[in-house]
Design a protein around this ligand. Structure first.
Ligand code: DGJ
Length: 748
């Protein structure tokens, strides 16, 4: 069992073969954090009593105590949930007050439970571990001053090498309590010599990697837009300064949440670091009446001493096996073509029929009709909420039937969580729009408002309309969009005391809409989207097995977006298309899009015969090797944020096949360059499609492949390695004829 409790020293040890997590209940009943790092068979006595430069006095039961043999300080010890309003002035775990307006909390250990499986009462996204795959430790603490209970959950899976944390606060007082800040986890570190790697972005430049050194001021990685992690993605790395892609200590954190969050880091006066992961306290205040409770979201905590690539592989395995719904987890995805960049909203039945015919000729599997088919929508100024076919514009039933009878799959776009002021729905139900009662002119973004999906009536009304269309057209795929963020967001449906809960409740309402849809249509492939890749997080992946990565498909920009996205999310979850945008040929863009769900975003009815041939060729290649992309192990090779290149390889789990991607940003004259591959079997022989040679795995990994050449900007390579079982002697010692065939030169 990966959790042990040593009664005598009151030490908890959570572990896998790779890491250990130690905690201790001290003699004053504080839950003390001891260690989180490489596997450690035991923790020393000194460590348990904590060692500091000097003994700090602290206050216990009203008396100043300086414990001679017990080094403990309420302001410098490492906690699992630090007290607030007392002696500890670091960033707090929870801020909770009541009508007295006094918010001091001091959560002390009461008891703990251990059980196989996950917390059975948790209803938000969580890895779908079976009882055999994990064990949970639940520690219950009680506030020293009030009957408020804190439950801390630690679910550990040895199989997946991961710790998952969340927490819960329960009000057992007779009065309401007001939760202003609430965290999923706290993690206190001994030192400060680490960097945060965070991913900020905006439309068309999602998840841009940024390295931020820890420092003594409060550093916050957060988002406050309401269900759009554009500004900062929900995942971060915390790495020792010398850690690289393949070496060194790296912690990875992934939030299974699509709403506003906050990571706070602060180095204290003796250079220890506190990390707090909470709901963003900015748009947040929960009122809990007697016996009511509030859960945090879940955090995936990964540790590696083998660099960033190892962290990435753990996230990918957990996401593919345990986060994405089983129906889609490892299923290969259809190659799609989307009408958006091909024709935006300017389509009619005839134009779409030609588009479908050409898609079939190009060996595409799925045709998606994007925005513009409903209400009276010809531009983005109207009709969200009116989910009925605009029959004056297009015969969508005919289009769906024609697509199916052509042997292709059919897909359709919706934006369920929005409402246009110019819509039938808004005319009848203006109260379905999400903005505060006292706001006369709510802010429009892309001419639209957000649907108050917290209101079950609004939610059901929209879903029922969508169900009608889906039942009639029988799409195989749905693109679920979300094109603006929240502002002036106070649900009219919530009573005054709960108004400040809108941002979090909105996330729960979205989850319930996704859930209703996938429960009714478990076999429809749903791709979520938010103005490009604005809602790319593990919470969404729990419901939708793929997410549109970005509207930017110009490879100069997109390569960096994909590289960052790859760090956390499996390639099989990333919507990647080939378009006609500026930089990169169709072939170059296809090489990049290959490492995703793959598809097209262009009017192929206007493509040249040569382009159609390239598309057909790439589609065949994709179908042949897609399973490597979907199920293989990913290794980053060149980081585009620090080099002039971007490169990675993906190796099938049985190490028989490998796909390699390489792209250069700025033109380079010929100079020596070897690309060293990763993760191959060092003893296997592989044929490579780049030089058409056979080398041993250790050769590819240590010497690498010689790719020295004159490169133009955005020149891209995609090549395949496949295991060859028997090596003909001739090839085993590879030679080349030189001097006009007079001499044979040994190549390796
Ligand atoms: C934003 C998406 O990212 C696009 O691909 C497209 O679906 C538009 N919305 C449609 O409005």
């Amino acid at each position: 069992m990966p959790i042990k409790f040593e009664e005598k020293r009151k030490i908890f040890h959570l572990y896998t073969s790779n890491f250990s997590y130690y905690m201790h209940v001290n003699k004053y009943n504080y839950l003390i954090h001891l260690y989180h790092g490489n596997y450690l068979s035991d923790i020393s006595k000194e460590r348990v009593s904590e060692r500091y430069m000097e003994r700090y006095a602290f206050v216990d039961n009203g008396k100043e105590v300086q414990d001679e043999d017990y080094y403990f300080s309420t302001f410098a010890s490492k906690f699992e949930c630090a007290p607030y309003g007392k002696h500890d002035k670091r960033n707090p775990f929870a801020v909770i007050n009541d009508k007295s307006n006094i918010d001091i909390t001091n959560f002390l250990y009461v008891e703990h439970k251990m059980y196989p499986g996950v917390d059975p009462h948790f209803t938000m996204p969580y890895p779908r571990f079976t009882a055999k795959e994990c064990q949970t430790l639940e520690i219950i603490l009680k506030d020293e001053y009030r009957d408020i209970y804190l439950h801390m959950y630690y679910t550990i899976s040895e199989k997946y090498n991961i710790l998952v944390r969340h927490s819960k606060v329960v009000n057992k007082t007779n009065e309401p309590i007001y939760v202003h800040k609430f965290s999923a986890m706290e993690l206190d570190f001994d030192n400060d010599d680490m960097d945060i790697v965070a991913y900020h972005g905006s439309w068309g430049s999602e998840r841009q990697k940024e390295v931020i050194p820890l420092n003594h001021s409060l550093t916050e990685i957060s988002d406050n837009h309401g269900e759009r992690g554009f500004y900062y993605n929900q995942n971060i790395l915390l790495k020792s300064k010398d850690a690289t892609l393949d070496m060194g200590e790296v912690y990875g954190f992934g939030l299974m949440y699509s709403g506003d969050f906050s990571y706070q880091f602060k180095v204290d006066e003796i250079n220890q670091t506190r990390m707090i992961v909470s709901y963003n306290p900015e748009n947040f205040m929960f009122t809990l009446n007697k016996d009511e409770e509030l859960y945090s979201f879940a955090v995936l905590c990964v540790h590696s001493n083998e660099g960033i690539n190892k962290v990435t592989q753990i996230f990918h395995d957990v996401a593919r096996d345990k986060i994405i719904r089983e129906t889609w987890a490892k299923k290969e995805r259809p190659i799609l073509i989307n009408s958006w960049e091909a024709m935006y909203m300017n389509f009619d039945t005839d134009r779409l029929i030609k588009f479908i015919d050409k898609a079939k000729e190009a060996k595409i599997d799925l045709v998606v009709i994007d925005d513009g088919w409903f209400g009276h929508r010809d531009d983005d100024k109207s009709s969200l909420g009116d989910w009925f076919i605009n029959t004056k514009k297009v015969d969508l039933q005919k289009i769906a039937d024609y697509t199916h009878s052509s042997g292709l799959k059919f897909g359709l776009w919706f934006e369920p969580e929005m409402i246009s002021p110019d819509s039938e729905l808004y005319k009848v139900h203006p109260e379905y729009a999400l903005y505060a009662d006292n706001v006369k002119n709510p802010t429009l973004q892309r001419h639209q408002l957000v649907l108050d999906s917290i209101n079950p009536e609004a939610r059901e009304h929209v879903l029922n309309q969508i169900f009608k269309v889906v039942d009639a057209l029988k799409p195989d795929y749905i693109k679920w969009d979300f094109n603006r963020y929240l502002s002036e967001a106070y649900s009219k449906y919530l009573t005054t005391e709960h108004k400040k809960e809108t941002y979090h409740r909105f996330v729960l309402a979205s989850y319930s809409m996704f859930n209703a849809f996938i429960t009714r249509y478990p076999n429809i492939l749903v791709e979520s989207c938010a103005a490009g890749g604005g809602r790319f997080d593990f919470g969404m992946l729990y419901y939708t097995p793929q997410i549109w990565c970005s509207d930017e498909t110009d490879i100069a920009i997109r390569a960096k977006i994909n590289y960052s996205t790859n760090t956390f999310y499996p390639l099989s979850t990333q919507g990647t298309h080939v378009s006609m945008r500026k930089n990169g040929s169709i072939r170059d863009k296809a090489c990049l899009a290959f490492f995703g769900t793959y598809g097209y975003e262009m009017d192929i009815t206007k493509s040249s015969d040569e382009d159609i041939k390239t598309i057909q060729f790439m589609n065949d290649l994709f179908k042949k090797y897609h399973s490597v992309v979907t199920k293989g192990d990913y290794y980053a090779i060149y980081d585009p944020y620090t080099t002039n290149y971007v490169s990675w390889n993906v190796v099938s789990k049985n190490k028989k096949k490998c796909l390699v991607y390489f792209m250069i940003f700025n033109k380079e004259q010929t100079h020596a360059r070897f690309i060293k591959l990763k993760g191959l079997d060092k003893n296997k022989y592989y044929f490579n499609s780049l030089t058409n040679d056979i080398y041993k795995g250790d050769f590819y990994m240590n010497v690498g492949l010689n790719i020295s050449a004159e490169f133009g900007s955005y020149d891209s390579m995609l090549f395949v390695l496949e295991e060859v079982n028997s090596i003909p002697a001739k090839i085993y010692r590879k030679t080349k004829q030189v001097d006009g065939g007079k001499r044979e030169k040994l190549l390796w």
